[in-house]
Design a protein around this ligand. Sequence first.
Ligand code: DHB
Ligand code: FE
Length: 288
Amino acid sequence: MARITASVFTSHVPAIGAALDLGKTQDPYWQPLFKGYDFSKQWLKDEKPDVIFLVYNDHATAFSLEMIPTFAIGCAAEFKPADEGWGPRPVPVVQGHPELAAHIAQSVIQDDFDLTIVNKMDVDHGLTVPLSLMCGQPPQSDFHWPCSVIPFAVNVVQYPVPSGQRCFNLGKAIRKAIESYDQPLKVQIWGTGGMSHQLQGARAGLINREWDNAWLDKLIADPAAAAATPHIDYVREAGSEGIELVMWLIARGAMADVNGGPAPKLKHRFYHVPASNTAVGHVILENS
Ligand code: DHB
Ligand code: FE
C-alpha cells in the first residue's frame, strides 16, 4: 500500500525562483532565506519519496478568468514550467504519476469532492518555487526533479475560494485515497503558498509576524483550530494573498494524527521576512 510519510509546508515567491536562476542565493538579501532550507534539502535527499502530492495555486497562468476550477488534479505524464513573462524557468519538466493521480481522482470524487481532471497544464512559480527551495537547482548532468510530482491546483485567486475547513476535510479524503493505492509508494504531501502578504491596494506590503507564528503553532499542534480560521481572518490579518494558507490545510488534513493515528514529529520550522513582499514560513512534519 502507498503511505503518506511526511508533509512539507512552504511559501512561494516568484523572486525566489529568479534569485536561484540568476545565481543570487548567496547575496546578503537572499542568503538567510536559503539557509532556512539547508536542513530541508538534506532531509528530502535522505527521505527519497517516490511521489510528491504538491498542493499549490496557479496564478492566472494555466487558468484564467475564463475557467476557474476550485480544485484541479494534474493527471498528465508531464507538466512543463510555465512562461510567466520572462520565459519558462530553467528547471526540469515535472514528471507526473498518471496512475496514482487517476486513483486519487476516482477515490476523492466518489468521496463527494469535486475535482477537475487536468490532462495538460503548465506549472507556474506556485509549484516550481517550492520544488526549487526543497531540491535546489538540479545539475545539468542530471537534470530532473528527484521524484514524480502530482500537481494539485487550488483556486485562491478569484472569490469565492474554498474554506480552510473544506481544504482540511479534502486532505483527509486524499489520505484515504493514497493509502488505498495498491503499490508500495512513499508519498509526501506538500502545502504551499502564504504566509502573510498583500500585493495590491492600500495595504500592499502587509506582513504580520505575530499572526503568522500563532497560526503556525496551531497548524502543528491544533490543526482543527487552524482549519476553523474564517476567511475574513486571513484577509484581515495576513493580507489579501494570505488566503493562500488554506492550501496548507489540505496537507495537514492528510497527516496521521487527524485521521486517528499518532502525532507527527516536527522536523523543521523556519520563518523569515522579507522575501519580496512575503513572509516565508516553512515546516516539515513526519508521520511516525
Ligand atoms: C509575491 C508573492 C506571491 O505569493 C506571488 O504569487 C507573487 C508575488 C511577492 O511577494 O512578490
Ligand atoms: Fe502566490
